[in-house]
Design a protein around this ligand. Structure first.
Ligand code: SF4
Length: 259
């Protein structure tokens, strides 16, 4: 697999920097307050993507959990969820052409590929990448924060849409219109930090009739709530919500990367 040229940005990103009112056409416009978080991906040439890593592992956070899967983790995220376990993907990455990425996915083999991040929808070239992978016969999963419009996503791609809870610290970022776009092949995923998050999420599930429209998966922020406790809450709710555990944190060291 080609490695591409490496870029990184070690700046303390807790300091908001005004980078101007315009955003390059190769990335999605986001609120000015968070533009500085896009700097690692702003420098890339048109027709490329900034990739943090491409690797093969076991899918762990969808109804495809347990299956071997190739992951393409793209660099950059404009959110800062309190439980985020991939902060290394905020800044570190290599610029790669779509050909290099597709070749890398094919080299690792298998039919299942997940595009993740970071927030993969920030880089607009992710759309032709997903289309090329679907054209090649891959089952393509897209894991997204729920804060970016999913309308442009190729309909063959299965969207795993996060809903950010109050406990994540990013509930204000939810783009609620995305819930109207969900198809039966998509999935909703909610990571819960406490009982308050659970009650909040159940209210969203009921009001938007989500369990009638696609699979809904609840999991816990690692170490915040026990899966056993969540199991009790789900049974108590009477809703057909799927309990999910972060498989890779059970199978490997919870701090391990590239698994
Ligand atoms: S959206 Fe995902 S990658 Fe971004 S901060 Fe939240 S958990 Fe981390």
């Amino acid at each position: 697999m080609s490695s591409g040229s490496t870029i990184s940005d070690s700046r303390d990103d807790s300091i908001a920097v005004d980078v101007g009112a315009t955003t390059p056409a190769v990335i999605v416009p986001i609120p000015l307050l968070h533009r500085h978080r896009l700097r690692p991906i702003e420098r890339k040439p048109d027709g490329t993507l900034v990739v943090h890593e491409i690797y093969r592992s076991i899918q762990g956070e969808s109804t495809f959990a347990g299956l071997p899967c190739v992951f393409v983790r793209l660099t950059g995220c404009h959110l800062r969820c309190g439980y985020c376990d991939t902060p290394h993907a905020f800044l570190e990455g290599s610029i790669r052409s779509l050909d290099q990425i597709v070749e890398g996915v094919h080299e690792l083999g298998g039919d299942l590929v997940e595009i993740t991040g970071g927030e993969p929808l920030l880089q607009l070239e992710v759309h032709p990448l997903m289309t090329r992978l679907a054209d090649a016969g891959k089952t393509v999963l897209l894991e997204t924060s729920g804060a970016i419009d999913i309308v442009p996503v190729d309909p063959r791609v299965r969207v795993i849409l996060d809903i950010k809870t109050p406990g994540s610290g990013e509930a204000a970022a939810n783009l609620w219109s995305n819930l109207d776009r969900l198809r039966p092949t998509d999935e909703v995923k909610v990571v819960l930090c406490d009982r308050g998050d659970f009650d909040w999420a159940v209210d969203i599930v009921r009001r938007h009739r989500l369990v009638d429209r696609c699979p809904v998966l609840f999991s816990t922020a690692f170490g915040a709530v026990s899966p056993t406790e969540l199991a009790g809450w789900i049974l108590e709710s009477g809703l057909p919500i799927r309990l999910q555990v972060q498989l890779h944190k059970i199978l490997w060291d919870p701090a391990a990367r590239g698994v």
